[in-house]
Design a protein around this ligand. Structure first.
Ligand code: OSB
Ligand code: MG
Length: 366
């Protein structure tokens, strides 16, 4: 199956509410979609880079540039998903861009064989429990209202974004209001340093499932030190860009949980390797999110159905993000999302909706 060409499609997706983290506020999701065209099938991939390099060094314009100048010319001529990673390996970094291309090739090739993403990856469930990531709000009262609405919708786990000046007080308020049975965790997006260890230990009082990425992305050693001073388990997000990083983090004792995001680690195949490694070591994993449209969400939900994903993920319903998703919406049922069962991603963009939100397209012949 030869690749005929690749379309880069930029879309602008207004968020239903601004999403504030310790690194910035997002009001519109600026997304780069990739469409791989072959004579027999087309495949879609979503690049999770954000418009500015604040979560990690990647950003949407940079991803589009590296794709057209370096990654697409290096792709194998035939659409073999297993060959994509090795072909792109000589180009350093740019994992989110690589992941989007690999996902699109995977989707195209699975649509031809009729196999679903979930089946291909090794999913063992047909639905997955869902958590929700709650941004920093203007007040504790607003946060409590926001969390109440999500709990009412059925989310089985709540993650609060935290940062210096927005940590112990909001966490205490949520724990007091919703009680000890609420599965609750926090995400600092690398906003603290080891000098904050005593302050972070105050969160131990609230029986959190985990604290995600408290310290800098490139500091596994300090996370290992922090882990010895906290009772709350440490989960790494930004720090884990590969299975090799996950192995190092486990060896050092830098984390006891890993947030798996396929974009951050260079693709769904590397994400599965991290799942396998963590599972073998008894380290829990869960599927993170990057405010994906239905394209990326379909693949994430399939991944989250693998047996080592023992904690609820940030795989929320489409309506938590967008008024109108580019695919038929993912809807929560009893706190779960169904894993798509159709060939490939099992979902496709709705042409009219896609055209409505498209800001630019570029065709790169092969
Ligand atoms: O750190 O997990 C994160 C969104 C964008 C960038 C980084 C993160 C997040 C989220 C939201 O927490 C996850 C989601 O609902 O998609
Ligand atoms: Mg995170």
């Amino acid at each position: 199956m030869q690749i005929t060409g690749i379309e880069l499609r930029r879309i602008a997706m207004p968020l239903v509410a601004p999403f504030r983290t310790s690194f910035g506020t997002e009001t519109t999701r600026d997304v780069l979609l990739v469409r791989v065209v072959t004579p027999d099938a087309e495949g879609w991939g979503e690049c999770v880079a954000m418009s500015e390099p604040l979560y990690s060094s990647e950003y949407v314009d940079g991803a589009a540039d590296v794709m057209r100048r370096f990654l697409i010319p290096a792709l194998p001529r035939t659409a073999d998903p297993q060959a994509v990673g090795p072909a792109l390996a000589p180009i350093r970094g740019h994992r989110m861009a690589k992941a989007a291309l690999e996902a699109a090739v995977l989707d195209a090739s699975l649509r031809i064989t009729g196999e679903s993403f979930g089946h291909y990856l090794g999913a063992t469930r047909d639905r997955v429990p869902c958590g929700v990531s709650v941004g920093i709000t203007g007040s504790v009262a607003e946060l409590l209202d926001t969390v109440a609405a999500y709990v009412e919708e059925g989310y089985v786990r709540v993650k609060l974004k935290i940062g210096p000046g927005w940590d112990v007080t909001p966490v205490r308020a949520v724990r007091e209001r919703f009680g000890e049975d609420l599965l609750l965790q926090v995400d600092a997006n690398a906003a603290y340093t080891l000098a904050d260890a005593r302050h972070l230990a105050r969160l131990d009082a609230f029986d959190l499932l985990l604290i995600e990425q408290p310290l800098a992305d490139d500091d596994l050693v300090q996370h290992a030190r922090l882990a010895r001073t906290l009772r709350t388990p440490i989960c790494l997000d930004e720090s884990i860009e590969s299975a090799a990083h996950a192995a190092a983090a486990i060896t050092l004792g830098a984390c006891s949980v890993v947030n798996v995001k396929p974009g951050r680690v260079g693709g769904y195949l590397e994400a599965r390797r991290i799942h396998d490694l963590c599972r073998a070591h008894g380290v829990a994993v869960w599927c993170g999110g990057m405010l994906e449209t239905g394209i990326g969400r379909a693949a994430n939900v399939a991944l989250a159905a693998l047996p080592g994903f023992t904690l609820p993920g940030d795989t929320s319903a489409s309506r938590r993000y967008f008024g109108t998703d580019v695919t038929p919406p993912f809807e929560l049922s009893g706190g779960h999302l169904d894993v798509p069962a159709g060939a490939g991603l099992g979902v496709e963009p709705i042409p009219d909706v896609l055209n409505e939100v498209t800001t630019a397209t570029e065709w790169i012949p092969f």
